[in-house]
Design a protein around this ligand. Structure first.
Ligand code: NIG
Ligand code: FE
Length: 412
């Protein structure tokens, strides 16, 4: 099946397949073709170029994109979409003055979500999660990483990872799974942290690896959660089972998590709201992608990742949503891109690079996703008629997406 899209006002993020990420000053460059065509063959991008170079092609389907912009789908490299219920009461408690930390300390937060998840059937968790997945697909996300981490028991963690696997089988979006058993110490192990670390390493990990339920291993490295030492031990164990680390670090405190991530060649280090100069320094010339989550900063009113300092230091940045019930109940990558521009002072070009190609890199899929490149997945956003791509962050509250294409086909 071939689809030819003609008269595209501007085709964004056009790359050679050798470019797997962009860093530093390169992030300001977004290669585009004006008045373009794009040819899809089955689920892949087959060809593209200027309209004037379009030779006579007989396609099964032709879409006229006059006045519209096309870009690769968003690549959301950090989410916790599979959860049960919500935490709207904690949201109101925070409005009334409690902090995220105080709520967690009274048994709320991650432990609240873990309680709900363990009380909910696998089928019901699937049904709740698929609504969120369908929503983000309509919002232009074409590849997404989903973490476990709200089970905190062997059965609970496996349940989440099986739901992720089912979603990946049933939906035309690319999904990568991350095991985040080390999200919080469950109440049952409050006074026996060693016991929970052993449970993760000796019970959860072997089962997950044997059933091929995860691609990556994650740890919430933070004061009051998992120490740098714990984080290193879990990353080591994950690596032994073939899972590359992608870790939560520097959300509230800078305690050496980035250094640990770099030491174990983490694919990404995520959050980075609190950055010391040495945290930026250690990321230079590494393969580790720094990931910023601006809608988490927005929702919790915590600092934003210092993108300008990091880009000036030559680092790459990826942008992701962190969609979860506690710190970011939103999976809207359009809002993330706008917030990165408005609050982190990233330019539209930098933000689009961060939310497409660099996001794909942070999931280990930038050879097949994240840019308009021959042979890459035909996962695309077609905008409404807009004046320029600046509209995407500028009109931050509007839905400018007319349709999305996943695996070469219009989704809904
Ligand atoms: O990435 N920081 C750790 N984990 C999630 C939030 C967890 C929660 O509050 O449920 C995050 O922000
Ligand atoms: Fe997270």
């Amino acid at each position: 099946m071939t689809t030819l899209i003609t008269n595209i006002k501007e085709l964004l993020q056009v790359r050679e397949n050798s470019t797997l990420k962009v860093a530093g000053a390169e992030m300001a460059v977004l290669p585009t073709i004006k008045n373009a065509f794009l040819l899809l063959e089955d689920d892949l991008i087959a060809d593209f170029g200027e309209m004037k170079n379009l030779s006579k092609i007989k396609a099964d389907k032709v879409i006229d994109a006059t006045g519209k912009i096309i870009l690769p789908s968003w690549c959301d490299s950090h989410t916790h979409i599979v959860y049960a219920g919500n935490r709207e009461q904690e949201f109101v408690d925070r409005i009334n003055g409690m902090t995220y930390e105080e709520i967690a300390n009274r048994g709320g937060g991650i432990l609240n979500s873990a309680k709900k998840l363990n009380e909910t059937s696998e089928k019901e968790i699937y049904n709740q999660s698929k609504v969120r997945l369908e929503e983000v697909m309509r919002l232009g996300t074409g590849a997404v990483e989903i973490k476990s981490g709200y089970g905190l028991t062997v059965e609970g963690e496996l349940k989440i990872l099986r739901v992720i696997q089912q979603l990946a089988q049933n939906y035309p979006i690319t999904i990568k799974a991350t095991f985040l058993g080390a999200h919080a110490f469950p109440s049952a192990f409050k006074d026996n942290k060693r016991g929970y670390l052993d449970c993760i390493i000796n019970e959860m990990l072997p089962e997950i690896a044997q059933n091929k339920l995860a691609d990556f291993i994650d740890v919430f490295c933070e004061t009051g959660y998992f120490s740098v030492e714990n984080t290193e031990e879990i990353m080591q164990a994950g690596i032994r089972f073939g899972l590359k680390p992608k870790i939560h670090v520097n959300q509230f405190n800078s305690i050496g998590g980035i250094q640990a991530g770099v030491k174990y060649n983490a694919l990404s280090v995520d959050h980075l709201e609190i950055m010391k100069p040495e945290d930026i320094e250690v990321l230079k010339n590494t393969e580790t992608m720094p990931v910023a989550l601006p809608s988490c900063s927005y929702f919790l009113s915590i600092p934003y990742t210092p993108a300008r300092e990091m880009i000036t230091a030559g680092l790459p940045i990826a942008l992701a949503t962190d969609y979860n019930p506690g710190s970011t109940p939103s999976g809207n990558m359009n809002f993330v891109v706008a917030t990165a521009c408005i609050k982190m002072k990233m330019t539209p070009e930098e933000a689009i690079n961060a939310a497409t190609l660099n996001g794909a890199y942070a999931m280990g899929i930038s050879k097949s996703h994240g840019s308009i490149t021959k042979g890459k997945k035909a996962n695309l956003i077609i905008t409404k008629k807009i004046s320029s791509y600046y509209q995407l962050p500028y009109a931050f509250g509007s839905n400018l997406i007319e349709s999305v294409i996943l695996n070469g086909q219009i989704y809904q």
